[in-house]
Design a binder for this molecule. Structure first.
Ligand code: FES
Length: 657
């Protein structure tokens, strides 16, 4: 747990919470504390509902037209436009609170359910890179009558003498210019050597010492987004980062539709060109940001799921999709990036992270490499939830994997107002169990235009906790008499999160029953995949010592809420970590350290993949998980107890009000 910075006390209920980050937003703190403040515009500062009164302490607050001069002078602020600068005592005025009395939530005063992002590869921070392609500076004596070995042999001798490189080869393109280049700077030259598998290969020869000019690119080839980091090969320092949506998106949002399109005439070529187009865009951007010359690039490392890997390489993914689900290859030799159409010089080599199976790819191998599951004793569950759900369970001795056909619900797919986690996406939701009013927060604190995966998890957990939906995800129709927010819309029953005027849309933003169904199917498929994997090795959820959630969606996930809906198994929230983009991090490590490439290949061979579609257990587990949190309530004793307590407290609160 990081060091406490400040304490905020919310009055009149005297709810205290410790704050760990300087400048934390007050509305976000209230959400974490379980304190309800009306908030309808996602923190954009436009609805004016989140008024609080500052009683003690110092804040950084934006002046708002929603507050009169008199109110401002009296200490009123908008919670969403206020950042914390000291210990605080604030009062929530009656107009910002529940209409029907007060109810302090479970969780107030603690922040243990806020997930922290783990930092990977920290032990490598001060270790000088030793990449698979590196520049070696050599000084050679010129040939003489007594020493007239070939130029290539002379280079080989110098590399063995100075760097212990036993044997090197070079192809014709290198040999063509070798003699001229060596003599250009009086037999002083820098040789780029690829040391991936013996014999090592010379990729480039430059006159003089150019070792300080060496760059590397690590690229995560995601189904939705492509991320790239430009790195200094000498220091390992990150020089620039860039990301862009994969241009293949217009040919299908998930890998299945990409494969369908690849099977059409010219489809494979188009998909290959599109992914390369996006890679070239992100490369342009990193060079624009960092400066530098792409001539100085030595190599690139790519990590992607198996379908994305094959599409990048122009390999037909047809048999990935058809039983018995076979990829073309799991291990690839190094090739040159320009061969794929990547806009870099011809000498730049490309390493592809090894895949495991048709639906467990190089992104997962990279993820394991980054999180070091393969080096640790503790039993770890690793889940990368994107457009597909890929799961690894294991430790340093063994690992099993599976792919859950999760569907893109957490990335906004199949949800009426679903969107990816970008500006304007509702990422946090609280629903008052007293009057069913929501409290929402968007990414970027702008007016909402949709809801992302973490927002959906929050929303469904909150609707369940406040009794708006039942265990099977259906709306409590009777509530329509108590609140306008529960209503029968054109597409069936729904809960209105925001009125159109509080959004960037021209209609009300609502969560519908089909949205909830979709998310329940997704969470059931992930949970049941984990259950089957554990059972297949004779273990159970309580044996897990660590849970790592990777992928963009995990960034703002509330662990408590994910357990409440049964996406995550019930466990101590302390063992849950957010992994971030572990695929990119694994590619970064492999691009900087030769031994990490070797480790990645060992990881690939260590993992045993279990094909869920042929598992008898899977369908039973899946059906059992299609409830909130699960049909086997005994697997979620704490959440079930909290739910009962909440419903009791609400009934009592309503009775008293
Ligand atoms: Fe703060 Fe709307 S003004 S949430």
């Amino acid at each position: 747990m990081p060091e406490k910075k400040y304490t905020v006390v919310f009055e009149p209920d005297n709810v205290a919470i410790d704050v760990f980050n300087e400048g934390e937003n007050l509305l976000r703190v209230a959400i974490v504390a379980g304190v309800h403040i009306n908030a309808s515009c996602g923190g954009a500062g436009t609805c004016g509902k989140c008024k609080i009164k500052l009683l003690e302490g110092e804040v950084d607050s934006e002046r708002s037209s929603k507050l009169s001069d008199e109110q401002w002078d009296e200490g009123f602020k908008l919670a969403c436009r206020t950042n914390i600068k000291s210990d605080l005592r604030v009062e929530i005025p009656i107009e910002s609170r529940h209409e029907k009395g007060v109810l302090t939530r479970q969780g107030a005063g603690q922040v243990d359910h806020v997930i922290s992002q783990a930092k990977w590869g920290a032990e490598y921070e001060n270790v000088a890179p030793e990449p698979i392609v590196a520049k070696y500076y050599v000084e050679m004596s010129p040939p003489s009558e007594d020493d007239n070995i070939s130029d290539m042999a002379r280079v080989g001798q110098a590399l063995k003498r100075d760097y212990d490189i036993p044997k090197v080869t070079a192809d014709l393109t290198i040999l063509k210019d070798l003699s001229t280049l060596l003599r250009q700077e009086d037999w002083k030259a820098t040789i780029s050597v690829c040391r991936f598998k013996e014999p090592s290969r010379i990729l480039k020869v430059e006159p003089g010492d150019t070792r300080e000019k060496a760059l590397i690119l690590a690229v995560d080839v995601g189904t939705t987004t492509i991320h790239a980091k430009l790195l200094d090969a000498m220091t390992g320092k990150e020089l620039a980062f860039s990301a862009d949506y994969n241009a293949q998106m217009s040919m299908g949002e998930d890998v299945i539709s990409r494969m369908v399109n690849a099977a059409k005439k010219g489809g494979l070529e188009t998909l290959q060109k599109r992914v390369v187009k996006t890679i070239n865009t992100v490369i342009d951007e990193v060079f624009e940001k960092a400066g530098g010359d792409r001539e100085n690039l030595t190599h690139m490392v790519f990590g992607g799921n198996t379908t994305m890997t094959q599409l990048l390489l122009g390999l037909n993914p047809k048999y990935i999709r058809e039983a018995p689900y076979v990829p073309v290859a799991n291990l690839y030799t190094t090739l040159t990036a320009s061969q794929l159409g990547v806009a870099v010089p011809d000498h730049v080599s490309a390493y592809i992270m090894p895949c495991v199976a048709s639906y467990v790819g190089g992104d997962i191998t990279a993820g394991v490499l980054a999180t070091e599951i393969h080096l640790k004793q503790e039993l770890t569950l690793f889940m990368d939830v994107g457009t597909n759900g890929e799961i690894i369970i294991g430790n340093k001795d063994w690992m099993v994997s599976a792919s859950a056909s999760a569907g893109p619900a957490f990335e906004g797919g199949g949800v009426k107002f679903g969107m990816r986690a970008s500006f304007g996406a509702i990422e946090q939701v609280r629903v008052s169990p007293m009057d069913y009013e929501p409290m929402i927060m968007t990414i970027g604190q702008v007016k909402p235009k949709g809801i992302c995966g973490s927002g959906m998890i929050d929303c469904i957990a909150e609707l369940q906790m406040s009794g708006v939906i039942s265990q099977n995800g259906k709306f409590n129709r009777e509530l329509a008499e108590e609140t306008w927010r529960v209503r029968e819309g054109e597409g069936g029953w729904e809960y209105v999160l925001c009125r159109a005027e509080d959004t960037q849309l021209d209609e009300d933003l609502a969560i519908t029953e089909p949205d909830i169904d979709n998310l329940m199917r997704t969470k059931a498929s992930i949970y049941s995949a984990c259950a089957v994997l554990l059972k297949s090795v004779g273990l159970q959820f309580s044996d897990l010592e660590k849970i790592i959630i990777a992928g963009g969606f995990g960034q703002f996930i509330d662990v408590e809420k994910a357990m409440t809906i049964g996406l995550l198994p019930e466990a101590d929230p302390e063992i849950v970590e957010y992994g971030g983009n572990t695929s990119l991090e694994g590619c970064r490590l492999a691009s900087l350290y030769r031994d990490k490439v070797e480790e990645a290949e060992v990881i690939g061979s260590m993992i045993t993949n279990i094909e869920l579609s042929t598992s008898n257990m899977y369908m039973d587990e899946y059906v059992a998980a299609l409830f909130l949190p699960h049909t086997r309530l005994e697997e979620f004793p704490i959440r079930v107890k909290r739910l009962e307590e909440m419903h009791e407290a609400v009934a009592k609160g309503k009775l008293e009000s």
